[in-house]
Design a protein around this ligand. Structure first.
Ligand code: SF4
Length: 362
């Protein structure tokens, strides 16, 4: 993997004010050939320069449908990879800081997944349908595509898992155990009776061949470290101190939290729910801090706080800075293509098979 290089002095030494001015000037020079995409979890200093904001899938679709030659993806690595796949590898897709990965995606290395898959099939499991959350590497998406599987987002996970359950004897869900468990439970499956947690560090995920044969849903042992910062205690505290406050969480939170919250849904669902709520509503939200703070600023007539009163910041997403953005744009103006994210053609083709199955459902 490429390493992020230090920013050159003429960029690193800029004040924030000068960096904003430079970004604006470079944008004008580059015109419509360059678009900036900003994920909801980005810092304000970055997102204010985005042409489009959204969740990972919305941004990838915008990249696909745009005619821009250059796509600056202010998000994390797997999102830029997805944009490159969806644009057929024909545009320049850049991630302004190569250190902006996703800790959850890193919990499902494709080598470990392939080893687990082999073990399960050797143990006699048949007709396994792999499903990966879009928050995963292109290598894992390709593995899933090659093995008849499908990709999901938090918005369409219900439809995707339903499809996979109808198609196979078992659904192997990567990398977020919580999203898989919450959605499958919502579909009527019992976590104890119908699901198992697959620990890739243990033979057969830590189970016997009989156990894996008897469970319909296998959940890879991965999670989002940001959404792991929300606890049952925090929910109880809000219930005690502010019973009128509604608790709204992302399904990457643990099942115990989703179960006792008022509402749960994707980033898009969270935004729309808050937007549609009447003035005076009170919300405690369980998702990344930048999105919650932005919602609070956009809706001064409502009381919006984080469910976690301390920190719940995505540290990798937060690596994209105003200065990194200025550096990538400065490079483009000078004919340099910094931090290109490029997925190998075979990997992109296999990933596309899994993405297309998802698009057919949503
Ligand atoms: S919030 Fe969690 S899932 Fe999203 S990019 Fe950060 S680590 Fe990954």
């Amino acid at each position: 993997m490429q390493q992020q290089q230090p920013l050159p002095a003429h960029i690193a030494s800029l004040t924030d004010q000068d960096a904003h001015a430079l970004v604006n000037r470079l944008r004008e020079q580059l015109g419509k050939d360059t678009i900036i995409l900003g994920h909801h979890y980005q810092r304000d200093e970055v997102i204010q320069h985005a042409d489009f904001t959204g969740d990972s899938l919305k941004l990838a679709r915008i990249a696909r449908d745009s005619k821009a030659k250059n796509i600056i993806f202010c998000g994390v690595h797997f999102m830029a990879e997805t944009a490159d796949i969806l644009t057929g590898g024909e545009r320049f897709v850049s991630l302004p800081d190569l250190g902006a990965g996703c800790d959850m995606a890193d919990m499902a290395e494709v080598r470990d997944v392939a080893d687990s898959w082999l073990e399960a099939t050797k143990a006699g499991a048949k007709n396994i349908i792999p499903v990966t959350y879009i928050n995963s590497s292109a290598a894992l998406k390709a593995f899933v595509g090659k093995n008849g599987g499908i990709i999901c987002t938090s918005s369409n996970a219900k439809a995707v898992i339903t499809w996979a359950l109808e198609k196979g004897n078992h659904v192997f869900f990567f990398p977020d155990q919580h999203l898989g468990r919450n959605i499958a439970k919502g579909l009527g499956f019992d976590p104890a009776r119908d699901m198992l947690l697959w620990d890739p560090k243990k033979p057969l995920g830590g189970h016997s061949a009989e156990t894996i044969a008897s469970k319909k849903i296998w959940l890879w042992k991965g999670h989002c470290p940001v959404h792991a910062l929300f606890t049952v205690h925090q929910v109880k505290k809000i219930r005690e101190t502010s019973p009128e406050t509604k608790i709204l969480v992302h399904p990457e939170c643990a099942m115990e939290i989703v179960d006792i919250s008022d509402l749960s849904g994707s980033t898009d669902y969270i935004i729309k729910t808050v937007e549609a709520s009447p003035a005076g509503s009170k919300w405690a939200i369980g998702t990344e801090k930048h999105l919650v703070e932005r919602l609070a600023a956009q809706h001064p007539d409502k009381t919006i706080t984080s469910l976690n009163p301390f920190t719940c910041l995505c540290g990798t997403m937060n690596r994209i800075s105003l200065h990194n953005l200025a550096w990538v744009l400065d490079g483009l103006v000078n004919g340099e293509h910094y931090n290109q994210i490029k997925v190998l053609p075979d990997m992109a083709n296999d990933s596309m098979a899994a993405l297309n199955r998802m698009f057919e459902l949503s």
